[in-house]
Design a protein around this ligand. Structure first.
Ligand SMILES: [Zn+2]
Length: 230
């Protein structure tokens, strides 16, 4: 801007706009803060769901079925679930991508768990629909799903297993927080040995142990699983 008058007018105009831009900056900052609590952006959310569909559609197709994701980024309910209706369905609300310390990896682990309900096999919570119990879905999430989805996610640092541990800790801490329990730790596995398979949600520590067992390609923890006949 070579004309000094124009230049002056321009800076005056900027100054005049300042209060407005401060107001909008404030709103944006709130938005950013919210995202930072979760670290997963709307673009990450949609991109991750697309990657899951691409990688796992064949699991449904080989049974002559279709895999569908239904999602609502704007809904703050921290929930996701799977169901086998006319199609294999995973329903995901934005709140589940905004849990404490959430990352694309931890969001992916939750999606792996939901797919586990559809694809992990026995033990079933619903034998008619062949829906795996919680523990089985957790184990499949890290045993099988994890290494398939990791190459599709944006983060490039850390080994698949290391990233699995980090994501497992974030997700298991979220489960614990929901029940006012202390955050589970990898070094303090659940010592419970069940006589019958736990078909409901195991304790957060037991769930962490199950994620860890899957990452290490180890058998299902006895805090929820038993091979004994029921
Ligand atoms: Zn579940």
């Amino acid at each position: 801007m070579h004309n000094p008058l124009l230049s002056r007018l321009f800076s005056l105009a900027l100054f005049a706009f300042l209060p407005i831009s401060l107001v909008s900056a404030h709103t944006d900052l709130c938005g950013l803060k919210q995202k930072r609590a979760g670290n997963v952006t709307k673009a990450d959310f949609s991109q991750t769901l697309r990657s899951f569909k691409r990688v796992f559609a064949s699991y449904s197709e080989r049974e002559g079925r279709e895999l569908e994701f239904f999602s609502d980024w704007n809904e703050d309910w921290a929930q996701a679930f799977a169901r086998r209706w006319e199609t294999d369905q995973v329903i995901v609300y934005g709140g589940i991508a905004r849990i404490n310390g959430s990352t694309v990896d931890s969001f992916a682990l939750i999606l792996c768990h939901e797919l586990g309900h559809l694809y992990a096999g026995e033990p079933f919570s619903d034998s008619h629909n062949r829906m795996a119990v919680e523990g089985q879905a957790d184990w499949w999430a890290t045993m099988e799903c994890w290494e398939k989805i990791i190459p599709e996610l944006p983060l490039r640092e850390g080994s698949t297993t290391e990233r699995g541990f980090v994501a497992s800790l974030i997700v298991a801490s979220f489960f614990a927080e929901n029940r006012n329990l202390p955050a589970p730790r990898i070094e303090t596995p659940d010592q419970t040995i069940v006589n019958v398979i736990n078909r409901t949600h195991p304790e957060p520590q037991c769930r962490l142990d199950t994620f860890v067992a899957g990452l290490r390609q180890e058998s299902r923890p006895l805090c929820w699983f038993t091979a004994a006949a029921e």
